[in-house]
Design a protein around this ligand. Sequence first.
Ligand SMILES: [Ca+2]
Length: 126
Amino acid sequence: MSDVRNNVPAEQGKNAIDGKIDGNRWVAVGEGAHWIEIDLDKVSLIHGVCITTGNSQGWSQSGYEAKQFEFQAWNGSGWTTLASDTQNAQCTYTGHFLPFRTNRVRLVTHGDTRLIEIEVFEKIMN
Ligand SMILES: [Ca+2]
């Protein structure tokens, strides 16, 4: 993870990429945009994302979904949106898209965000 906007010190961005679906989350509250940026460590061919949000017990619960978000990848000079929603009602959102080559992704959310985990699906390149 190379950067994160974080305004709840006890609930850090690293919690969203620790591989665990539990009560440890990245939390950013308030109106406006929040983001978490993830360095994939290498150029990868990605084709999907799973965004899991929920309460402090790690459970999905109505009201904890990332209602409006953009999942974006770095294209070398800017950000390309690969998946987005403005009315998402799922605490576990899974989106698929055409394979995209990148080494960096970010999730931009709008409003209160309680992200338990974000997973990016990668196609294995030979
Ligand atoms: Ca986690």
